[in-house]
Ligand binder design. Sequence first.
Ligand code: AN7
Length: 364
Amino acid sequence: MAQPWRGIIAEYADRLPRTENVVTLLEGGTPLVHAPHLDSLTGARVYVKVEGANPTGSFKDRGMTMAISEVADQGVQLVAAASTGNTSASAAAYAVRAGIGCAVVLPAGKIAAGKLAQAIVHGATLVAVDGNFDDCLRIVRELTEAHPVALVNSINPYRLQGQKTAAFEIVDVLGDAPDIHVLPVGNAGNISAYWMGYNEYAGRRTSASFEDSATRLPPVASRVPQMWGIQAEGAAPLVKGEPVEHPETVATAIRIGNPASWDYAVEARDRSGGWIDSVTDAQILDAQALLAAHVGVFVEPASAASVAGLLQAAEHGRVPEGATIVCTVTGNGLKDTATALGSRTIDPTVIAPTLDAAVKALGL
Ligand code: AN7
């Protein structure tokens, strides 16, 4: 009989710094889907890691099971997170599981409707800020320093510890690390976490590693991939090399001008021999539509940045023939249907309730 997935902390207990009193929604174990259509466009062998299949619909759950388990264990009664939407959705759900309160600080008017709905239905207290994500994160940092509230943004190091397990899963499925890993970059926690995970599976540490859990087991992978980080053109501080004061992009999840994990992301880029590049909003929306129409995976705009970046690299002749490539698609398309539909009509023809009318409407 197949063994049910037990959540990332139970599955990867040997490689994580905390494993007691776990708060979990059985996150992780997400599909690694081969995408032949992307093979044909790039000349590589391309997989998408579908993180929208996590319990709250994004990769944030991997980090949140670690961070909320840790702070709940310390007796904390209230957690806080700044968010472009997915962190707040995840924090709110895991706070429910832990029986503690959750406050989320969000840029007013810039959160996708589905994500806002998640924070609301899970009972979080919402604070909308007339500012961007970077303002929200500053407020939450100051708030959690001065009050008995625990910070669960990715500057909480347990978050990255949980998120690194996505790299473990990929190696476990492929048998070794891919040649190249592509993912969207906003606050830069995830690229740092993947880089840590790949390195630890290869028996090495990164600056984000915890001393005690990183390399106590024998290596599983023989190598680490090149890391390609992709930002939105209007919110590309790592590409420009300096913070962006007024970040702007249709991919609101990565509308971030001053990433908290800046140094870790630069380490991942440089040590892996990879790069951090940017794509336009139009490229992001095209990649989102392509994934939906040709791969069968509906992702949110920020997630499509990874695939847009890969396709751009292919157009520039920068994709090695036959390379094994994994693109992380970080969040579920259902969170933001308005952007996905754009100007498309959602009014199907209404017919009489008969087979004849259905046949006629279908032109059969
Ligand atoms: C779908 O929820 O920052 O580079 O506050 O939701 O690790 O920040 C979300 C980020 C990519 C970027 N894709 O990851 C938040 C938040 C999706 C995201 C990113 C986010 P990081």
